[in-house]
Design a protein around this ligand. Structure first.
Ligand SMILES: [Cu+2]
Length: 618
């Protein structure tokens, strides 16, 4: 295999411009399945010639589309009505589930081999190709791939927001109903990753676990029509801090795990090997918000421990994606070009230049960079472009120990999240505000300079008084953090990962992704320091580590230690390495052995093939 990779390394990358597909390119190099991404060997790639950079997207008239006033959670679907299809620990391959591994620790959460009533929240998501998605009224209705559910009225609900609660397990049944004869960008095999829940390996959306009715990825043993994802919704540290439902003892721990490890703003998206950028860009992404007794999702909560952050309609997730459209207003993406396609239009929850009407009160806005490639630095400005302050409370779904007051910007690499609280009561009725991106970017390689006034991506109109008084608040302390001790840091082995460019592709420690082989095997319950290094001068890599959160210990630029920004001093799951940057971080590896990945979340780099498998072994 090493020899094959070496062969690949000697190939002149200019061949990419003349071959009709990556598949042909790899065949010409003699690369094998082991060395090469699976597009080349196991699935049919769509033959395309890498075109020159496309012209800019057609102009759009801003502020024609209004977002809903509230984002409703997805209602549950019972999965217990058909006795053949009740969720179970083993894959239900007799009735068309794909051949996944058994759900780990099933017996610790449920009484029997199949789910019994009221043991879990259950949801269904059907991945479908819809043909009437409207990004903007100036563009035609068009194809988009969505996770489809049903709202409370039984109407279709695309990319629904799921509300979860610590201590309450969830089973999501994921159906793949994409057309198997699809042409154009994207591939109709899917793998669902929930970023970044503490999810057992077989439900983590491992990139090799992709499936359709006719195809199974290299790490599944059978194709299928659906796959059950098991989300235990426990805190990380389940083995170290055992569950104890007895509330009368001082070791009471009804959820199980370390409550300091709680998460909040999570998102789910497709993670199919080699096609994450294309499939997620096609539209496959949504929010998963998880609450507990502290971040309870209820601003009226009478529990003295509850934070009472803005809740209900005033807890509003916003996903930003960069997209490019052709002269006819049709979404385009080049999945074969290792430089991908940088979007020049920013969609907000699937819409270009929408309006959000808000009440004169506090809101929790959960900002997500849903990729595939663009970085953002968001500011809230008034109509004269004067910057307005807000409070920054959470990064990457982790509440900070204390809120950051009077902040003016949220910088987000792909997959990063920033939760902010904006108090719109400061503004008069009918005030118009804008969310602007001031970060310039001209290629998928990384961002440029910050420039005012920036691009207005969303208009906010303070259009009403709240129906009742705003009782929400932002306490001075949010959530305790368990920082690694000096002794833990001293004892932790250091593992080094170098992110670099390699003959037109992107590599980690000089290797392209091989989902069949783990580059690291870490003992269950262990802790390590990971040293992420981007020696290049030309690229920025927002590196994502699945499954566990980390603590940044040091940041270096050009070999010199630099300050860690305040919003990065909590726990994180995305670590942006700018050109010449290096990060040392501390991580624990707990509770669920199995296969996981680390990758650049610039999805274009990820697909070409800056990703590595690492395993937790028992
Ligand atoms: Cu990258």
């Amino acid at each position: 295999m090493k020899q094959k990779e070496k062969d690949l390394g000697h190939k002149n990358t200019n061949d990419l411009n003349v071959d009709t597909s990556r598949r042909t390119f790899f065949k010409a190099t003699g690369a094998t399945l082991l060395a090469a991404p699976a597009i080349l060997t196991t699935r049919k790639g769509t033959a395309q010639v890498a075109p020159p950079a496309p012209p800019p997207s057609p102009a759009t008239t801003p502020w024609l589309v209004t977002l809903p006033d509230a984002i409703e959670p997805l209602p549950q679907t019972s999965l217990l009505t058909d006795t053949n299809l009740i969720p179970q620990g083993e894959a239900n391959t007799d009735f068309d589930e794909c051949g996944r591994n058994d759900h780990q620790r099933w017996g610790e959460f449920f009484n029997g081999p199949i789910l019994e009533p009221d043991e879990a929240d259950t949801y269904e998501l059907k991945v479908q190709a819809i043909t009437n998605h409207v990004f903007h009224p100036d563009y035609p209705p068009q194809l988009s791939w969505k996770y489809m559910g049903k709202d409370a009225n039984g109407n279709p609900y695309a990319n629904p927001t799921i509300h979860a609660r610590y201590g309450r397990p969830i089973i999501v049944r994921l159906h793949n109903q994409l057309p198997t004869n699809h042409t154009g960008f994207g591939t109709p095999e899917i793998s669902l990753h929930l970023h970044n829940l503490h999810t057992p390996s077989e439900s983590d959306g491992f990139p090799g676990d992709y499936f359709s009715e006719t195809k199974a990825g290299p790490t599944l043993n059978k194709p299928g029509k659906f796959k059950d994802q098991f989300y235990p919704n426990i805190y990380a540290g389940f083995d170290e801090f055992p569950r104890n439902p007895n509330s009368n003892t001082n070791t009471s721990n009804p959820v199980g795990g370390d409550r300091r490890e709680a998460l909040g703003t999570l998102w789910y998206h497709d993670h199919c090997l080699d096609f994450t950028a294309a499939n997620a860009s096609r539209g496959m992404a949504g929010f998963y918000l998880i609450y507990d007794d502290i971040d309870s999702g209820d601003e009226h909560d009478t529990n003295p421990a509850a934070l009472r952050l803005p809740s209900g309609p005033y807890d509003y997730p916003l996903a930003f994606q960069d997209k490019r459209f052709d002269v006819n207003g049709i979404h385009i993406f080049d999945q074969l070009d290792p430089e991908g396609t940088l979007g020049d239009k920013v969609t907000v929850n699937g819409k270009i230049e929408p309006v959000l009407n808000v009440a004169r009160r506090k809101y929790r806005l959960r900002l997500l960079n849903a990729g595939p490639s663009r970085f953002y630095e968001f500011y809230l400005v008034n109509s004269a472009n004067v910057v307005q302050p807000f409070t920054y409370i959470a990064n990457d779904g982790n509440l900070l120990p204390a809120p950051l007051l009077n902040q003016t910007r949220v910088r987000l690499g792909v997959a990063e999240r920033g939760d902010i609280v904006v108090d719109f009561s400061r503004f008069a009725l009918n005030t118009e505000l804008y969310l602007v991106n001031r970060l310039t970017q001209t290629s998928t390689r990384g961002p440029g300079a910050v420039q005012a006034p920036g691009t207005r991506v969303m208009k906010i109109v303070v259009n009403r008084n709240p129906p009742v008084a705003d009782v929400s608040r932002v306490p001075t302390a949010l959530r305790a953090i368990r920082r690694p001790t000096a002794a833990e840091i001293a004892a932790a082995p250091v593992r080094r990962w170098v992110f670099s460019r390699r003959n037109g592709f992107w590599s980690i420690n000089d290797k392209l992704i091989n989902v069949n082989s783990a580059a690291a095997r870490i003992e269950l319950g262990g802790a390590e320091i990971w040293d992420l290094d981007n020696p290049s001068g030309g690229w920025a890599h927002p590196v994502h580590i699945h499954f566990e959160e980390g603590h940044i210990l040091n940041r270096f630029r050009g070999g010199t230690a630099v300050a860690i920004p305040a919003h990065e001093r909590g726990r994180k799951d995305v670590y942006t390495l700018g050109p010449g940057e290096r990060i040392r971080l501390f991580m624990r590896f707990r509770d669920f052995p199995g296969k996981y990945v680390m990758h650049c979340h610039n999805m274009i780099h990820e697909d070409h093939a800056m990703m590595v498998r690492w395993d937790i072994v028992d």
